[in-house]
Design a protein around this ligand. Sequence first.
Ligand code: NAP
Length: 268
Amino acid sequence: MVTGGNSGIGFAIARRFLDEGAAVTIIGRSAGKGERARRALEEAVPGTRVRFAVADVRDREALRHAFDDAEHEHGTPTILACAAGVGVVQLVSRTDLADWEWVMGTNVTGTLLAAQLLMPRMAAAGGGAIVTIGSDAAVNGERLIGAYSVSKAAVVMLTKLLALDGAPDGIRANCICPTYVEPGMSDFPDRISGHDAGDVPEIAPLPPLGRYGWPEDVAALAAFLASDDAQFVSGATVALDGAMTAGIPAYDADEVARAQRIARRLLR
Ligand SMILES: NC(=O)c1ccc[n+]([C@@H]2O[C@H](COP(=O)([O-])OP(=O)(O)OC[C@H]3O[C@@H](n4cnc5c(N)ncnc54)[C@H](OP(=O)(O)O)[C@@H]3O)[C@@H](O)[C@H]2O)c1
């Protein structure tokens, strides 16, 4: 089951899971987008089993229907990837309640509901794997996307607690925290001032490894975390960010000289 599997990171995860031989159901709100994605996945990996179900992850009943239908056709879902996510470009101190509830409802409650609905089925099937998507913003809060940062920090903790709750039933849960992944999220409307692709470096500085993330990077890690190779990995928060959150980035020589001048002045 891949929520948000109709676009970007979720689409890449769905494609990778199909490559690995899984039967996949992708979930999203838009019927047109979802059906186009389903066809694209079927063409990309011919002969595979892929379904699309319309559901808003904030709607427990709609999700339950989607999971029931998937189970009917594909058998008990034992892998859940939660990639549905939205954000708002706004300082947390100025975020209005509707935006806050939209972001928290989708990113946190949506992940919780999907896990709550599938964990009993996974337990009955002898175990399963949950992969959630956090963000580097969960580690180093990003002012311009305040509510989003808070929601992703909550996803990190939610995942740890799901790992504890699921452990007795053989259910593992792990969170991937990517930095900016090209081409960015579709549901990240600008609420400050006309940000566009050209502003990306301002919002998301280039990671030390020298490039932004690709959806396929996330898909590869998700495939590992969902696989038996990761059978002892649970409750982990895995940075996928080209060393973005490893520490303060290296300074160039000019910056070091400037820092030394400031330090000397302060010590005088
Ligand atoms: N791209 C990045 O730079 C980046 C970095 C770090 C983390 N992430 C996280 O990675 C995940 C995927 O991001 P992405 O870049 O792939 O975004 P994306 O291309 O916008 O895909 C997210 C998908 O989620 C679906 N969705 C949104 N709200 C939903 C809801 N309430 N119920 C069901 N589906 C919903 C959307 O489909 P519908 O419109 O059809 O519902 C959309 O296609 C998100 O959790 C995001 O926070 C992204």
